[in-house]
Ligand binder design. Structure first.
Ligand code: PEP
Length: 262
């Protein structure tokens, strides 16, 4: 069958029609006081699917029982690879463990760019988080310049290879990847469906080549209640990482409901 890659077609059909339940993750960034978080949870109610929230630390600590009660999984937006010590402003795994967190966010582009978080530090963080029994959601993403210059494939595969370099094959089962094009974060303009499909397809193939397996792959970048259906319907999208729209309970609830039907 000249020009047709049968393996690829079978893979696409299988991923499209035998999709696992989507993951809907909200990154609250530096938003939501405890009171605001409480009101959010009251309005959101309980959930019966894979919903994960990354609140700021103070809100995380005080609202953990409330999130648990509603079936919401939760975790911190950042963490250190040392257990304790002179690291002013940081938070450690033993502190996070006390709160009953299940998943840790790592490598968000805002941390990479504003706080100079390097791939070297991230590889240590990811290994530490996973060896401490947590799942880790690793964010990767290219700049607009890298997208336009055709450098995006190199950038994304480099980030995956460098940030996961300390892990053994079995430990990869605890990793989720969130692909977040930097130019689509907080801009209100998500990547196009073609770009998402092409990039996710590329990343799944790259993971198979690198690790011999595929890791769950979420899309993030201006996901909202209006575009979630279409984005979630792309064959290689296993969930969403959501910033702005995760701050509004009505919008977040709509996206959760949509995620159950794509
Ligand atoms: C994010 O910061 O992870 C994000 C995807 O933000 P937004 O949904 O607001 O683009």
């Amino acid at each position: 069958m000249d020009g047709i890659n049968l393996d690829q077609i079978i893979h696409e059909v299988v991923t499209k029609y035998l999709k696992k339940p989507m993951i809907v993750a909200g990154n609250w960034k530096m938003n939501m006081t405890v009171r605001e978080g409480w009101e959010f949870l009251e309005k959101l109610g309980s959930v019966d699917t894979n919903v994960l929230i990354f609140p700021p630390y103070t809100t995380l600590a005080l609202l953990a029982p409330e999130m648990r009660k509603r079936g919401i999984l939760y975790g911190p937006q950042n963490f250190h690879y040392e257990d304790s010590g002179a690291y002013t402003g940081e938070i450690s795994i033993p502190m996070i463990r006390e709160l009953g967190c299940s998943c840790l966010l790592a490598g968000h582009s805002e941390r990479r760019s504003y706080y100079n978080e390097t791939d070297e530090a991230l590889s240590r963080k990811v290994a530490k988080g996973i060896r401490s029994g947590f799942r880790v959601m690793l964010c990767i993403g290219e700049s607009l310049e890298e997208r336009r210059n055709g450098q995006w494939q190199k950038k994304l595969t480099e980030q995956i290879a460098l940030d996961l370099r300390e892990l053994e094959r079995k430990e990869l089962d605890s990793v989720l990847i969130a692909y977040e094009p930097i130019w689509a974060i907080g801009t209100g303009v998500s990547a196009s469906l073609e770009e998402i499909q092409e990039t996710h397809g590329f990343l799944k193939m790259a993971m198979r080549e690198m690790f011999g397996c595929e890791l769950p792959l979420l899309y993030g970048g201006s996901v909202n209640e209006k575009n979630a259906q279409e984005i979630g319907g792309c064959p290689y999208v296993d969930g969403f990482l959501i910033g702005g729209a995760s701050l509004k309970p009505e919008k977040f609830r709509k996206i959760i409901e949509i995620s159950k039907s794509v």
